[in-house]
Ligand binder design. Structure first.
Ligand code: ADP
Ligand code: ZN
Ligand code: ZN
Length: 823
């Protein structure tokens, strides 16, 4: 076994074969992390995907170093990563990048330390003076980052160092990379037993230390932290050394002297990087309707099928999840619960932490590198038995997964668009379950048409909950016709008097309200009153969004920012006005209209910090906020007892979307929003401000008729060859030159039409936003029948047309990417 196939974190659609050095033979296994040279100038961390004897056709490099004792990626994970890459037509390296925390990868920030066995004299290499200098620096353990060393020495010298070490005995120099994967330790101090056990000894100590007040101070400070010195448990835990040293008037030397004198002893404990939850007992009983639904679920599970739990909002789906997870834990297996939105994890964690305590792990992108690495390790070592996370949690190293729950399974946030892989976490979870022979439950009040179709044709089993828990009623709906309101002058700006009145009344009754607006920022855009000029992004085909708090214009696609112009850049007029309104503007307006209300905002901008979303949700839950304004973040799954009013501003904006899923989406969003009110004893109200009250979706909503929506949509989809009857693949062609982008897409379209037939290749289009970051985009849509096609071979054929395109010199810089099952 002399060769290893490696997954490298680069956007190239294949693995790479490297030679296994003699010292590593027999030690290396699939799932190990290794260090390799890539190209002429890079050192990368790679994952071993296979080990074999077949000599590759090209010249191979040798693996430089191994990073872990045990593999950190399981064989099932490798299978899953390759499935994601294949199905979503993306590079295995991109999947790796999405899957593993960057803390497990070598980055330019990684610190390099020289292994302690490194020894100049016995080395076969001769180093230059400069190299020796740097090596000495490394030897004294001064932290240098990979980047810094590369700058100082150049890549060649680093290779030389690594190779010289490898030649000796495969010693590892990437100590610090491994460190990230190791548990974290903390230095603590405690009184030695001599002073603990006998009180008089401690009194003697005080006398002794009278002449050294600094040392006395240390002991006194310690005893303040551990007041009951007789309680040996408290003393055994000690106090973090850092904590003592951070106190006023404490010197390191006096502490060290006391340790030398055996007054204190120093020890190390393993500490958690991530928060640990504490278990409380909490009992609840499923209602009769919930018991029936649970029976249905177990019945579907026993047939080894995916189960869809279709339950109205507030029917207690989450309680059923909890019940199932509890049973799974008793069987000592792992459960994964995925959610579409970080904001939602906060609340469910609150409900679950009391029940599952330190067995519960949480995984999402707001955690930093170290924390994510630690969670990875704890999943691998089965320290956690329940993991709650967003879509990327499907990539964790489960070894004993027996139940997957996908909450709000219809939600489009499960789909990742940028960066690739463009995977759907909810759909992929089904494949993950198959690989693990795990049960899987999808839950939603508004399943996607595709998901429900799978029930209809018998692929999935169904469980239902048709009533809210404990006789709760769905909120009453009130449509407010903004045209009428304007005519009758019953508005203030964008707000109908009726809605403001209802908010006021709710406030007087000490009840809470949610207000939904799809747009964040202050005002969607700025426009000149004279010439209609609208400031646009230079690199994308979108207008810049106005942000009041920073008084700037920002592109929501590429992040570009500029100051607001005082005069129109086009005509020089100073009559520049704000048009439209986003969440930030609503917050400000409402604060003026309802000065007595406590108002907060929950959107992407207000939750940049790690725990902000938790804080806002907690504060709302505690009743410290009266009105919470937000984007789609507030529409999903949140469970508040005291919310009796949900309002939607600008509802028409949700209805009109140039997308075949527009109606389905709107129905889902309105149903979910309505579902946030009146969940407990309070009766709920749902207000919709709109211009077109007669829209078809509103009729369906009024009768709360999911099935009609489903059948209507199904008819349309069949007529126009859309999912679930057809599978879609979007081919995206990008270039800096608009003409090249267009002609490349025409070329590719012709290739695809010849290959698949003209019914299956549809194109080419300029998408709604046809330029992002200065790349011009054209698209081709491929429609493939749901049945009777070998998808994997068709996808390979589709990819092979790229080769023909790149043979044309003018297209050599065109970028092609794919979106499988686009949303
Ligand atoms: P869903 O997830 O279907 O929207 P939830 O599980 O959040 O519904 O339930 C709605 C509310 O009713 C929650 O506050 C929940 O605590 C409460 N609830 C549901 N089922 C029960 C039960 N069996 N016992 C006690 N409370 C329940
Ligand atoms: Zn102008
Ligand atoms: Zn931009």
């Amino acid at each position: 076994m002399r060769f290893a196939d490696l997954i490298l974190p680069v956007p190239i659609p294949r693995t790479f074969t490297y030679e296994i050095p003699f010292e590593l033979e027999g030690r290396l296994m699939p799932g190990h992390r290794v260090i390799v040279e890539f190209g002429k100038s890079k050192i990368l961390t790679a994952i071993v995907s296979d080990i074999h004897n077949s000599i590759p056709k090209y010249e191979t490099k040798t693996i430089l170093d191994i990073l872990d004792e045990k593999p950190i990626i399981t064989p099932l994970q490798l299978k899953f990563f390759f499935w994601v890459a294949d199905y979503y037509m993306s590079n295995i390296g991109d999947v790796l990048n999405a899957a593993i925390p960057s803390g497990l990868k070598l980055s330019s920030e990684s610190k390099i330390q020289l292994h302690q066995n490194f020894d100049f004299e016995s080395n076969t290499f001769t180093f230059t003076e400069r190299e020796t200098l740097i090596l000495n620096q490394l030897k004294t353990k001064e932290d240098l980052s990979y980047n810094e060393i590369q700058k100082l020495l150049g890549i060649k010298a680093i290779h030389k160092i690594i190779k010289s070490l490898i030649n000796k005995e495969a010693v590892q120099i990437f100590e610090s990379l491994k460190d990230k994967y190791k548990p974290k330790f903390e230095k603590r101090i405690r009184l030695t037993s001599h002073y603990m056990d006998v009180e008089t000894n401690l009194e003697e100590l005080f006398d002794q230390l009278e002449k050294t007040p600094k040392q006395l101070q240390v002991v006194l400070s310690y005893l303040q932290k551990v007041p009951i010195f007789k309680d040996s448990d408290l003393n055994n835990e000690g106090v973090p050394r850092k904590e003592i040293l951070n106190l006023k008037d404490i010197s390191t030397s006096s502490l060290n002297t006391l340790i030398k004198k055996k007054v204190f002893e120093q020890f190390e404990v393993q500490v958690d990087r991530v928060r640990k939850y504490i278990k409380k007992t909490k009992d609840f009983q499923l209602s009769p309707a919930q018991e029936i639904a649970k029976e249905q679920i177990l019945n579907v599970f026993s047939q080894n099928k995916t189960c869809l739990l279709h339950g109205v909002t507030g029917s207690g789906k989450t309680e059923i999840y909890i019940n199932l997870i509890q049973e799974a834990i008793q069987n000592e297996s792992q459960t994964l619960l995925i959610l579409p939105e970080i904001a939602l994890t906060a609340q469910i964690v609150n409900r679950l932490k009391d029940i599952f305590g330190e067995k519960l792990g949480v995984y999402h992108s707001k955690y930093n590198d170290h924390e994510r690495v630690e969670i990875w390790r704890k999943v691998l070592e089965e320290e956690y038995s329940v993991i709650i996370g967003v879509r990327s949690a499907i990539f964790l190293p489960f070894t004993n997964l027996n139940l997957i729950i996908v909450d709000e399974c219809h939600d489009s946030s499960y789909k990742q668009f940028d960066p690739p892989p463009r995977y759907n976490g909810a759909d992929s979870a089904i494949v993950l379950a198959k690989l693990h022979h795990s049960k899987i439950l999808l839950g939603s009040a508004t399943p996607s048409v595709e998901q429900y179709y799978n029930v209809q044709i018998g692929n999935y089993g169904l469980a239902t909950l048709q009533e809210r828990y404990s006789d709760g009623k769905l909120p009453e709906m009130t449509f407010i016709n903004m045209k009428d309101c304007r005519n009758k002058k019953k508005v203030t700006g964008e707000y109908s008097n009726e809605l403001i009145g209802a908010l006021k009344l709710n406030l007087q009754n000490n009840q809470q309200s949610l207000l939904f607006q799809n747009k964040r920022g202050y005002s969607p855009y700025l426009a000149c009153d004279e010439c209609n000029y609208i400031p646009m992004c230079n690199s994308c085909d979108v207008n810049l969004v106005y942000y009041k708090h920073s008084n700037s214009l920002k592109c929501n696609y590429c992040g570009y920012m500029e100051n607001i112009p005082h005069t129109c850049p086009n005509c020089g007029s100073n009559r520049i006005k704000l048009v439209g309104y986003g969440t930030e503007k609503i917050e400000e307006d409402l604060k003026l209209m309802l000065p007595e209300a406590r108002i907060e905002r929950l959107d992407q901008d207000s939750t940049k910090n790690k725990y902000n979303h938790e804080k806002i949700i907690q504060s709302f839950e505690n009743g410290n906020i009266d009105i919470l304004i937000g984007t789609q973040m507030i529409s999903k799954g949140l469970d508040f007892d005291n919310v009796s009013l949900v309002g939607v501003l600008d509802a028409d904006r949700i209805l009109y979307n140039p997308d075949f899923r527009a109606n389905e989406r709107a129905f889902q969003l309105f149903t979910q929003l309505r579902g946030r009110a009146g969940r407990k004893s309070v009766h709920g109200q749902f207000y919709i401000q709109c211009f077109n009250e007669n829209h078809h979706v509103f009729d369906l909503l009024k009768s709360d008729d999911y099935m009609s929506m489903y059948y209507n949509e199904l008819k349309e989809r069949q007529k126009f060859d859309y999912p679930p009857f057809y599978r879609l693949v979007k081919v995206m062609v990008k270039d800096r030159d608009k003409n090249i982008s267009r002609s490349a897409s025409i070329f590719l379209y012709n290739e695809l039409r010849n290959l698949l037939g003209s019914k299956r290749a549809i194109g080419y289009f300029e998408p709604l936003i046809s330029r992002v970051r200065n790349m011009y985009i054209h698209e081709i849509t491929i429609k493939l029948e749901r049945n009777g096609l070998n998808m994997s071979s068709i996808k390979n054929k589709i990819k092979s047309t790229e080769g023909n395109l790149y043979k044309q010199r003018e297209f050599s810089r065109v970028r092609i990417s794919y979106d499988v099952d686009p949303i």
